[in-house]
Design a protein around this ligand. Sequence first.
Ligand code: IMP
Length: 426
Amino acid sequence: MPFTGKLDGNIVVVGLQWGDEGKGKVVDLLARRAAWVARFQGGDNAGHTLVVQGRRTVLHLVPSGVLHPEVRAVIGNGVVVNPAVLVEEMDALAAAGVPTGPDRLLVSDRAHVILPVHRALDAAREEARGAAAIGTTRRGIGPTYEDKAARRGLRVGELVDPGRLREGLARALARREACGGAEASLDELLAWAEPLADRLRPHVRDTAAVLHRALDRGERILFEGAQGTFLDLDHGTWPYVTSSNTVAGAAAPGTGVGPRDLHLVVGVAKAYTTRVGAGPFPTELHGEAAERLRAWGHEYGATTGRPRRCGWFDVPLTRRAVRLNGADAVVLTKLDVLGHLDAIPVCTAHEPGPDGLPRPVFRELPGWRRDISEVRRYADLPDACRAYVERLEDWLGVPVAALSVGPGREQTIPRDEAFAPLLSAG
Ligand code: IMP
């Protein structure tokens, strides 16, 4: 299926499953052709693992594109920002030789601030839910978005304005009783916030206006999604979801650009499926089979270290994700992990099960039983591996434009020549 998407415009990268699809690596590759990389939702619940020249970097809040010195990064208004985490990440990047000054990292004045009270509430609620826990990352994401929707949260613009900080914090502290009064006093909170505000102040802007000017100059923006389609607050497996819209369209309200400025949507899907936290997962494996896949794929959370739930590729689910995001192309990641198998089950349909929950119908495709992590050209992949990719592409109805066979930048195989320029420098 030929790829016919627009190459020279703004790109949105999103996950087509439950997160951890390998978006960080794809963003890192595509960022070479962008002037800006912008996050539009989520917060430090995300964990993007990048391996560049053998060095592993995990980013939670700073956009992955920041590793390219010529790219400027924006944390958009749709993101929820824990200032302590952001400052820590900026320091870690600086120590690794990656500059994060205000000339290249901007934070929206409208983004909402995650306070210690939000984290405490997230954890307290998870404890209270007991066996019905969502399995959140306990980073305070849900409570912060709640305060945003309830119009009582603290915005970054207020955090860095000494004249408004105290009042904003007092408003947020009004929620203290909700977590047993265990939170800090207003003075303690001010002492926590002020040094962080001083650090962040030079980075804070009306980033929507910054991006509008960039668009006027013809500069390209790469929008970096976090989590995945089925963790979307509206379209995910509610209530086992995150508290933001993760689908591609959210890049517009989450940064302040118009929908017509989103030109190409790249969906990232793992060649199998994983999920962290509770909630439905039709193709999930259990026992030894799950453990094997987890070990082969090193499936442990980048943010919480939790073992990820593992299962087979789910065609109907991923096809729905393609539609929900308007994906122009799919990048299929971790294909190398399947190289241990004689046969690979793929879910091609869901039928109603006895409990009313969808039951997957599997079809087995032949495995290739070979290490493909050193392969660099599509034509050099084993026949059965190419057949696997092409079957998925037919079933999904969208071009699989590139494959990833390992964490390194170089372990990426363009499948479609028309897409290849996006993956190369220049
Ligand atoms: P929260 O976003 O911390 O509220 O967690 C809600 C759900 O989303 C939980 O199931 C988390 O495990 C999941 N989640 C949040 N962020 C990520 C991510 O970046 N990757 C995978 N799962 C995530």
